[in-house]
Design a protein around this ligand. Structure first.
Ligand code: MN
Ligand code: MN
Length: 294
């Protein structure tokens, strides 16, 4: 990786880290999800970064992909556990980081499980290490605290304008010979739960990505396509779409999904209704791993 690329990864990681730290003061009982999302996304833009994906604010049994809508009504309660997942890019080079906030002590151990799993896994991000070793340490750490890793949510590689590059990094043990290499950029994200250890897709969708090109007649749908093009293949939020009514937006999105022009990210919920915790960092594989989002 050349100096310019490294510099962009470091800058994106620093802004993501600052945004995450800033969110800790905002994520409190009584705060609205919409207010948190707008504050953090504006902070990222004001800091010289671009938002790599809509901030995910996933409560309780939701594992990922919840982001507020324009008329969002959800308010944080003191019994919630709150996963904040933030993505920033600089010139397409991404920093991806997450943590879990809680207000009730009964969730401390669940949150420790994914946090400690992440810490142990980051230690292994050195050239020549087998990917399977990283997954094994994540599973073992989470289980040692009495919880289950979420088996169908994974960490991932990062490449320019590609949020989910190879390799997938399972949070459960697997057998495979894949070895990580110097300068690979990885996002490690252990998820722990007291439920079944699996997520399933729900009917709710708030995050989309442009994947195809086809002519459309409906002018609102064309507005959405032209808007979506500016993200360079990265995901965007329904909330950001510049149309004045939510009904128009939903109608346009439905047409684009049906035509295969948009990919959607459904809200993911724990299959057994369990609570989920998540921690995530972005790391550059080196003999001394560089955690860009620390
Ligand atoms: Mn993330
Ligand atoms: Mn990620």
């Amino acid at each position: 990786m050349n100096d310019k690329v490294l510099e962009s990864y470091i800058k994106a990681g620093k802004i993501a880290s600052d945004a995450r730290n800033r969110s800790r003061d905002l994520v409190k009982p009584g705060k609205s999800l919409l207010e948190i999302a707008e504050n953090i996304e504006n902070f990222i833009r004001d800091s010289g970064g671009a938002v790599a994906f809509p901030i995910n604010i996933s409560l309780n049994n939701i594992g990922a992909h919840y982001t507020p809508v324009k008329d969002e009504i959800l308010i944080i309660k003191d019994t919630d556990i709150v996963k904040i997942d933030i993505g920033v890019h600089v010139d397409g080079y991404i920093g991806d980081t997450a943590y879990t906030g809680f207000f009730d002590e009964r969730y401390r151990e669940l949150c420790d499980a994914s946090r400690l799993a992440l810490e142990a896994a980051l230690e292994l991000c050195r050239p020549g290490v087998k990917l399977s070793k990283i997954s094994l340490v994540i599973e073992d750490t989470i289980k040692s605290l009495g919880f289950k890793p979420v088996s169908n949510l994974t960490g991932h590689g990062l490449e320019r304008y590609n949020l989910h590059a190879e390799p997938q990094i399972p949070n459960v043990k697997f057998s495979g010979e894949y070895v990580i290499k110097e300068d690979q950029v990885l996002a490690l994200e252990p998820f722990a739960t007291d439920g079944m250890g699996m997520i399933k897709e729900s009917d709710q969708v708030m995050i989309f990505m442009l994947i195809g090109k086809k002519p459309v007649r409906n002018s609102d749908a064309r507005t959405v396509i032209n808007f979506a093009k500016r993200f360079g293949g990265l995901p965007f939020s329904e909330r950001w779409i510049p149309l004045d009514s939510r009904i128009k937006i939903r109608f346009a999105l439905r047409e684009l999904r049906e035509k295969g022009i948009l990919y959607d990210y459904p809200v993911l919920k724990e299959a057994g209704g369990g609570m989920i915790s998540q921690f995530e960092h972005t790391v550059i594989v080196r003999d001394e791993p560089i955690i860009t989002t620390l």
